[in-house]
Design a protein around this ligand. Structure first.
Ligand SMILES: NC(=O)c1ccc[n+]([C@@H]2O[C@H](COP(=O)([O-])OP(=O)(O)OC[C@H]3O[C@@H](n4cnc5c(N)ncnc54)[C@H](O)[C@@H]3O)[C@@H](O)[C@H]2O)c1
Length: 351
């Protein structure tokens, strides 16, 4: 069936994997990628699909309500997969307000525009909001987040995502907007901006730079390969029940320090360095304010109801990820030097 789907934040880490999957798997769909191209947006992430006939990029800001309203009226989207967000916790501590604009107001602008264009016919329409497990707060040593866990966000990032989740549910409850939400654990894989832990550490090890570990490195995260998150988004977009929430996770918990040591060991081998060389780069730094101790997702609902499970074990996923960053040195250098910002001009404005 033909459909026109808006994917917001498609030039970011997870969004680029979602755009790639939809463009390649659904030639009948017209995929429109809307992205502001903040520091985190990089169109080079999509170089392999940018010339496909069912793909289009639009540069724009979801905070601009008039622009969003007009875009929806002109394009008449059948579905929205909303990933655009300010996503980095450390940046949210430095500048919380930016997170309110993009994550809360931006989401409400999209909800308003979808509500407006679908007011007479909601058949086959769907607004899918992508969220995070961080909205649930912090776990002790035991237990898992389920879809019933109460919200208890601690950082400005998770507070802004929690707020946007509440608005999505409110639009479903109040206006009958056909919505669905998923909350996913930490993602890893190719095309992640190297201020996040895994690409940052791979790059620092490659360049013999210090590996700054918050506190004692005891925080626990549940890691999922980004391609498996994109597969889950595909399944939920097509089969998820409207009004429902699905938790997505890898059943794959690591303390930060253990994860870093695994990366160090693998990198020593791959770079032909003596065992133990990279671990010497570890330096412990003052813990992040409000740092949640442990996140862990119970992904039973999506497994039982929609048949999704991770396709890769962590061992294989982290191996692939390290290999990708080592093989794509130019991508990494462009991002760390800021040269990727020129990609948009070179690709789009001179045409
Ligand atoms: N990275 C993770 O581990 C993780 C886990 C669970 C959920 N999420 C959620 O998934 C989504 C994507 O995360 P990510 O890691 O790919 O983020 P990212 O920071 O890599 O990408 C975000 C994208 O949104 C765009 N954007 C930012 N502000 C915008 C605005 N005002 N208008 C239009 N576009 C804008 C950026 O340019 C960028 O391309 C986010 O909603 C995030 O909360 C991320």
């Amino acid at each position: 069936m033909k459909k026109k789907i808006l994917i917001t934040g498609g030039a970011g880490f997870i969004g680029s994997h979602v755009v790639r999957l939809f463009v390649n798997n659904y030639p009948n769909y017209e995929i429109v990628n809307l992205d502001k191209l903040t520091y985190a947006g990089n169109l080079a992430n999509l170089a392999d699909v940018e010339d496909k006939p069912n793909y289009r990029f639009i540069k724009g800001d979801i905070v601009d309500a008039a622009f969003i309203q007009e875009l929806f009226e002109t394009e008449q989207f059948d579905g929205v997969i909303h990933l655009a967000a300010e996503s980095h916790v450390d940046r949210s501590i430095a500048n919380p307000t930016e997170f309110v604009f993009t994550n809360v107001i931006g989401t409400v602008n999209l909800l308003n525009a979808a509500k407006h264009i679908w007011k007479d016919n909601r058949e086959g329409k769907r607004f899918y909001h992508i969220s995070t497990d961080e909205v649930y707060g912090s776990l002790g040593k035991e237990g898992f987040f389920t879809e019933e866990t109460g919200y208890d966000p601690h950082s400005p990032y998770s507070a802004s995502k929690a707020s946007s989740d509440h608005f999505v549910r409110a639009y479903n409850d109040t206006f009958g907007l056909p919505t669905v939400i998923s909350n996913c654990s930490n993602n890893y894989g190719s095309f992640q901006f190297p201020e996040k832990l895994i690409p940052l550490f791979i790059n620092n090890i490659r360049n013999n730079k210090a590996l700054p570990v918050y506190g004692k490195g005891e925080n626990v995260r549940d890691w999922l390969w980004v391609v498996d998150h994109a597969r889950a988004i595909d399944v939920i977009f097509h089969k998820g029940e409207l009004g429902e929430t699905y938790n997505i996770g890898g059943f794959n918990e690591w303390t930060n320090i253990d994860l870093i040591k695994v990366i160090c060991k693998k990198m020593d081998k791959k770079l032909g360095r003596e065992a133990g060389t990279s671990e010497k780069l570890i330096t412990y730094v003052k813990d992040r304010a409000g740092h949640d101790l442990r996140y862990a997702i119970d992904a039973t609902k999506i497994k039982n109801e929609l048949g999704w499970e991770p396709s890769l074990q962590f061992e294989e996923g982290i191996e692939k990820t390290i290999d990708w960053y080592l093989a794509n040195e130019e991508w990494m250098n462009n991002v760390t030097s800021g040269d990727y910002l020129k990609y948009y001009e070179a690709q789009y404005q001179e045409r």
